[in-house]
Design a protein around this ligand. Structure first.
Ligand SMILES: *Cc1c(COP(=O)(O)O)cnc(C)c1O
Length: 225
């Protein structure tokens, strides 16, 4: 399927999920995850109208970035090793995987301007998932208050691959409640307006539960090179 046709289908499902939950589709940003596909397919994605692109590995990120550069807004969604921060941080518009103080410290040292970050939260508690526990988030935000190059714009999570939709919904709801709690603190360095949640399998649920950024790979661009 071409990307434009997939995008149309996804937009339709987003509109329906918004109707069910009384939301405005304009609040939702589709991030095209291009980690599985070639540069040509990535160009097709941009041409189809997807302006936000994401990669989860540094090499893939730099490869796509170097080709497309200011044609897209760039999201980094994978685990970032502290020693690699300096190689990508000034190309990244949004980092979705801020999960530890040492990473925040390195970003603060290497970034030439403030970086918009999502704190990655492991709401399901699965030990295969990255991210901090929900009750670590507020103390973490206090601990990074002095890092003026780190701006926390939201929270991010990956739901586990399970069949039970109600359980997935509960995880998304938990992240949304935590976002509301952080917003209520009115921290200058952590406005935390956004929720990055929902992938190919579960983005409709995520939209119903308040996602502002959905990260879609396989159902948008396919999953084969
Ligand atoms: C790969 C990936 C996605 C997209 O996954 P799909 O299921 O193909 O949509 C989203 N978020 C993260 C963090 C990923 O690594």
């Amino acid at each position: 399927m071409d990307v434009a046709a997939n995008l149309e289908d996804i937009n339709q499902k987003i509109r329906q999920a918004c109707e069910r939950s009384n939301r405005n589709p304009d609040e939702i940003t589709i991030i095209g995850v291009t980690k599985y596909v070639t540069i040509e397919r990535t160009e097709e994605t941009v041409q189809a109208g997807v302006k936000n692109l994401a990669e989860n590995r540094m090499e893939g990120f730099l490869e796509k970035y170097n080709h497309l550069n200011n044609e897209a807004i760039w999201h980094f969604i994978g685990t970032l090793q502290s020693r690699k921060v300096k190689e990508v941080i000034n190309q990244v518009d949004y980092l979705h995987s801020l999960d530890r103080k040492s990473l925040a410290k390195e970003i603060n040292k290497r970034a030439s301007k403030p970086v918009d970050c999502f704190v990655q939260v492991n709401v399901s508690g699965e030990d295969t998932k990255h991210g901090m526990a929900p009750d670590e988030v507020v103390p973490f935000l206090h601990a990074i208050e002095s890092y003026d190059k780190v701006r926390v714009v939201g929270l991010m999570t990956m739901a586990p691959h399970i069949e039970d939709e109600e359980q997935i919904r509960r995880y998304f709801r938990q992240l949304s409640a935590l976002r509301d709690e952080v917003q209520g603190l009115e921290l200058h360095h952590a406005p935390c307006n956004y929720l990055s949640m929902g992938m190919s399998n579960d983005y409709e649920l995520a939209v119903e539960e308040g996602a502002t950024h959905i990260r879609i790979g396989s159902s948008l661009v396919g999953s084969q090179i």
